[in-house]
Design a protein around this ligand. Structure first.
Ligand code: CMP
Length: 138
């Protein structure tokens, strides 16, 4: 089943000049880029996006980090997109990420972990709709 997922190349990876290399990995893994936009988000925008993590000890630092510089918002499509992107990303904590994954190559810490990917169908629908309008997703 063809499926869409939502992804972010996070500010650490953009700052480190890894945007092109991460896009190449995504391309090599046969994802279609449905929509893509580089922008700097505000802290309230980050708080709304990560609302599910509100109250957790890392929430405030995470939202500061996500609003600290430009990032790249993307909607990606392929068969089994949600699970396949998570496999390509590797574990949330790069210390536990497998060889060959994006986080193993590009992430420095559990917070500054280079890339985000939706963790399920409902989350993907919320996250795509949070950042992109329907007319941008054709
Ligand atoms: P992401 O996949 O974007 O989803 C939530 C984010 O919170 C996660 O990647 C990390 O950037 C961050 N995160 C999760 N757990 C921790 C933690 N224990 N400490 C700091 N940041 C975390």
């Amino acid at each position: 089943m063809r499926q869409r997922t939502f992804s972010i190349i996070k500010p650490d990876a953009v700052r480190n000049g890894a945007t092109g290399a991460i896009l190449a990995e995504i391309d090599k893994a046969a994802f279609r880029i449905v929509a893509i936009r580089k922008q700097t988000i505000s802290k309230p925008q980050a708080e709304g996006f990560y609302a599910v993590h509100q109250g957790k000890p890392f929430f405030d630092g995470l939202c500061d980090f996500m609003s600290s510089g430009p990032l790249v918002l993307m909607v990606l499509e392929k068969e089994n997109a949600i699970a396949d992107l998570r496999k390509l990303m590797g574990a949330t904590n790069p210390a536990n990420a497998e060889e060959g994954t994006i986080r193993k190559r590009f992430a420095a810490s559990i917070q500054e972990n280079a890339i985000h990917g939706s963790d399920g169908e409902d989350t993907a629908a919320f996250e795509i709709g949070y950042w992109f309008a329907g007319y941008e997703l054709i």
